[in-house]
Structures are given as C-alpha cells and as structure tokens.
Design a protein around this ligand. Structure first.
Ligand SMILES: [Zn+2]
Ligand SMILES: [Zn+2]
Length: 151
C-alpha cells in the first residue's frame, strides 16, 4: 500500500467509526490522521500539534481529543515506556517492529524479527482477534552495563 492509500484507508476507518458514534468527521480530524500517517517513528499529541500548527489551524485540545478516538479505532497505539513516558505510533508500524527498553536509562530501541512475526501470525485464538502486536523486552543496554560496571 502506498502512503497515500494508507492515509485514505485510515481516514475511512476513522469516519466509519465516528459515524457509528454519531460524531462528526471534521477536516481537522482528517488532517491529524494525514499528519500521523506521514510521520515516521514515535510521537506525542504535542509532536503532531507542533507539526500541524505551521500550516493548519487546529487547537491542542482537538489533537488530544482526536488521539483518544484514534486509539479506540485502533489506528494508533499507546506505548507506556519507563518513567511514565507515553508515546504513540501508527498501528501499521507495529506490525513491523517491537521495542527493547533499558530499565536503567529508559532508552527505547526498535527491532524487527521475522520469526517472531510469523509465530504471532500463526498463533490464532478461538475467542480473540488480534488487531496489532508489539513485544516489549526489558533489560540493560550496553552503555548502562559499562556505566554501572555490570557483566
Ligand atoms: Zn541504558
Ligand atoms: Zn516503535
């Protein structure tokens, strides 16, 4: 899927979700989806707000509210990293990588693994549908190992 198709698909999912809730799909919400789906990596509502306000009139409140809706319709996923760090990313990105977290410095590194991907895909449940996936591995990074003199 091209990026443009990905944006269109995401906007469709959002508008379908909103009409089910009898909520309006506004130009702002569509623009937020576009901004998120062209952004690579982790972000916060403030990241998107700062990016958008350069070319589009939007309030911080609208961005925050829209994030809640986007989580509910599975377009973005909320990550809780160490030290109460909350970040988001596209659910489509989650199909491709996992996260390695250092418990000393909190550094987050993304990694992918084809074997894990296949294993998850092959794991089906009769009473549960998988929408997206992410694995968090906790441990100590090389820098911290050296810093704390750990073997
Ligand atoms: Zn570390
Ligand atoms: Zn990530």
């Amino acid at each position: 899927m091209t990026q443009e198709e990905e944006i269109k698909t995401a906007q469709k999912i959002l508008s379908d979700f909103l009409s089910l809730q009898q909520m309006r799909c506004t130009a702002e919400r569509d623009k937020i989806v576009e901004c998120i789906y062209t952004y690579n990596g982790h972000f916060t509502p403030d990241t998107i707000y700062e990016l958008m306000k350069k070319s589009f009139r939007v309030s911080r409140g609208t961005v925050y509210n829209t994030f809640e809706v986007l989580v509910k319709c599975n377009l973005i996923v909320q990550h809780h990293f160490l030290n109460n760090r909350v970040e988001y990313e596209k659910t489509t990105a989650n199909a491709t990588h996992h996260h390695r977290i250092c418990t000393k410095c909190g550094e987050v590194v993304e990694f992918s693994d084809l074997k894990i991907k296949r294993a998850i895909k092959n794991r089906t449940f009769t009473t549960f549908d998988v929408d997206y996936q992410t694995i968090y591995l906790y441990g100590i990074c090389k820098k911290c190992k050296r810093k704390y003199g750990l073997k």
